[in-house]
Design a protein around this ligand. Structure first.
Ligand SMILES: [Zn+2]
Length: 176
């Protein structure tokens, strides 16, 4: 799913029990973390590697944004890191750690990421722009058969974000 919906889902989980802005931001960041931990260093690497093409052709064209092509340009390590961060093994361990260390909402915020991505990532053969989630990676490449590819349903994101924002406002100002 897109970063904005992940972030707001984390904030919404936090807002269910707290009004504290710093805790809400932490919940939001934890809900995006499985994408950011891989996405920030891999894109930094790509920006550096492709700096000359980006200067000549612009960012979108140089990196073939909208396809999975750019991932062929990064070391395979980033692919493994992505799948590991979206696997049940690492998710279960981190959710448990966050739950006992910081509290249940922080564990649930992290868990929300893989729960949403399981349903919204499907690799397409005709136009490969999103990779499938393999929950049992590295032991199995099985992926959730009922998933949809979220870029095919882009209209859904603003609706989900609006619902989440309304829920957060309701929790912060009326709910507590
Ligand atoms: Zn993700």
């Amino acid at each position: 799913m897109d970063i904005g919906t992940h972030f707001l889902t984390g904030v919404a989980i936090g807002a269910t029990v707290t009004n504290e802005p710093s805790q809400l931001v932490i919940c939001g960041l934890l809900a995006v973390a499985p994408d950011l931990i891989n996405g920030i260093p891999s894109h930094a690497y790509l920006l550096w590697k492709k700096r000359k093409e980006i200067a000549r052709f612009g960012f979108n064209k140089a990196l073939k944004v909208g396809t999975l092509e750019r991932w062929k340009e990064v070391p395979q390590f980033f692919g493994w890191l992505y799948e590991l961060l979206h696997s049940v093994w690492l998710t279960a361990a981190l959710v448990w750690l966050l739950w006992i260390w910081l509290g249940p909402i922080f564990g649930l915020a992290w868990a929300s990421h893989i729960l949403i991505d399981l349903w919204s990532h499907k690799e397409k053969t005709d136009f490969k722009y999103i990779s499938s989630i393999m929950p049992f990676f590295p032991f199995s490449k099985w992926s959730w058969p009922w998933a949809i590819s979220w870029p095919d349903y882009l209209w859904l994101s603003p609706i989900l974000m609006l619902v989440l924002v309304l829920y957060i406002i309701w929790q912060l100002f009326i709910g507590h």
